[in-house]
Design a protein around this ligand. Structure first.
Ligand code: EPU
Length: 451
């Protein structure tokens, strides 16, 4: 067990307001995009999270000057003097995040070579990078895998190509975008991911001078341009963090207003939240009222005060129910009457955390079959990827070890909802993706303390 421990005295409803800033899964990619420009970029509303530190470190190693701007959360990235970095220096970041894989295209364009360390990120299945490598090779990159990482070069430059992803992977779509924008000629990507964070990355790239068309049916066309310049961008809000706090409100029978959350990015989540019996109000209308300034809206989420209802759900690529919304919501589902079903179709091993919930009194059974929805890629491959949650269950305190970012947050919610005092080990992992979560817990009246 690790020594970063949070003691959680559970059973108190969380109440109050917190704010979410730019989405982790856009901010880190927009930072990589800055490398493609030949003048400085400015990103606003950047959360203070570990993933931002890792990408800042990698950018600096490659000669990008990263500094804080005048506004809180403003990040300035100056890529005027981009240079190669040594393998040893880059390897310091090995295992810390999955973002380094996205440096391939930008580095090949800017310095002609790239070295990518071993990747990190959450342990939620094998998380292969075969789509990335295949795409890079089709652009003309030479990819050499070595024990210390991956070496890439493009002696004949990078050229536009026609690609079709076997699955609409978020990362592989970003890889293609970040490579195609400065490749020679036109790229057509079929079966692309179209998550709001991807569309926002396309907005960033368009601001830089890229020409990208999003067609219907997951087809994206990119017309390569010889050079790009810097951008100024306010990222979309973090819809995963917003949903995590919404689930915390429901599980603890509380009321949380998530300032900055945006309805358009969360429609699927809001429908499910309502089906369970959760109540919400979109408060961003306040911002638009004439004559009202300095008031920020978002979404207020609360428990209805009566019993919650079970639902059958499956995770999917956008516009489906996000895989990252799954873990926090399952904690709330332990409080719903009846049998809920959660069919995880994006990652094959993302239900392991339910064991800890069972240890706290939940009744969750995991199955290898595709339950409750359409058969998915994992049905015949022996992965336990469907869960049946029987509720309501009275949760009691336990000692918990955080396994990964989203499961970690769900452990925290479970400890906050449970009667008694839990000890949550490894909480620092949560800082990878949730800005100042301890400060926010304090603001919501949670009774937590560091040991
Ligand atoms: N896949 C492959 N081969 C590849 C790439 C992906 O088989 O080369 C598979 C994966 O194994 C997975 C599926 O495709 O089964 C989807 O993976 P995807 O590439 O879409 O995920 P990712 O880009 O690695 C991002 C987010 C994840 C989020 C997923 C799905 C970032 C940094 N990460 O991961 O977020 O769950 O998209 O929306 O953007 C998190 O924030 O905690 C997190 C894990």
């Amino acid at each position: 067990m690790t020594d970063d421990v949070l003691t959680v005295h559970g059973g108190t409803p969380l109440r109050g307001q917190i704010r979410v800033r730019g989405a982790k899964n856009l901010v880190s990619k927009a930072m990589v995009a800055a490398l493609l420009g030949e003048s400085p970029s400015r990103l606003y509303d950047v959360p203070r999270i570990r993933d931002v530190e890792v990408v800042s470190g990698l950018l600096e190693l490659h000669g990008v000057k990263v500094s804080a701007g005048a506004d809180d959360g403003e990040l300035v990235m100056d890529p005027t003097n981009v240079e190669e970095a040594s393998t040893d220096e880059i390897n310091v970041h090995a295992g810390s995040s999955r973002i380094p894989i996205l440096f391939c295209g930008p580095l090949l364009h800017r310095v002609g070579r790239a070295f990518i360390p071993d990747l990190g990120g959450c342990h939620i299945g094998p998380r292969p990078i075969d789509f990335h490598i295949q795409a890079l090779r089709e652009f003309g990159a030479i990819v050499d895998k070595a024990p210390e990482g991956m070496h890439l070069s493009a002696p004949n430059g990078l050229h536009g190509t026609k690609l079709e992803l076997p699955y609409p992977s978020v990362g592989a779509t970003e890889q293609v975008l970040l490579t195609a924008v400065r490749a020679d000629g036109v790229t057509e990507l079929r079966n692309a991911a179209i998550e709001p964070e991807i569309i926002d990355l396309i907005c960033v790239l368009q601001k830089m001078g890229a020409i990208i068309t999003v067609h219907t049916d997951r087809v994206i066309e990119i017309q390569g341009v010889p050079r790009l310049h810097g951008y100024q961008h306010k990222p979309i809000p973090d819809r995963i963090e917003a949903a995590s706090w919404a689930a915390a409100a429901l599980a603890t029978k509380g009321e949380i207003e998530v300032l900055g959350a945006r309805q358009a990015d969360m429609m699927t989540f809001l429908n499910v939240f309502r089906s369970i019996g959760g109540e919400f109000e979109i408060t961003d209308a306040r911002v638009a009222r004439p004559g009202v300034t300095g008031v920020e809206g978002g979404i207020k989420f609360w428990h209805p005060g009566h019993e919650l209802q079970a639902v059958a759900l499956e995770t999917d690529v956008h516009p489906g129910f996000m895989t990252d919304w799954q873990q926090p919501l399952v904690v709330a589902l332990t409080q719903a009457r009846g049998l809920s079903i959660m069919h995880e179709t994006v990652y094959e091993q993302r239900l392991g955390y339910t064991q800890a919930l069972n240890q706290m009194g939940a009744t969750i059974q995991v199955y290898r079959d595709c339950l409750g929805g359409t058969p998915c890629r994992f049905g015949r491959r022996n992965f336990k990827h469907s869960a049946v949650i029987a509720g309501p269950s009275k949760l009691h305190a336990a000692d918990l070890e955080i396994p990964d970012l989203r499961a970690g947050f769900s452990h925290l919610i479970a400890a906050l909802a449970a009667e008694g005092t839990s000890r949550v080990y490894g909480v620092d992992l949560i800082n990878r993706g949730y800005e100042d979560f301890e400060g926010k817990l304090g603001a919501l009246g949670a009774l937590v303390e560091r040991l």
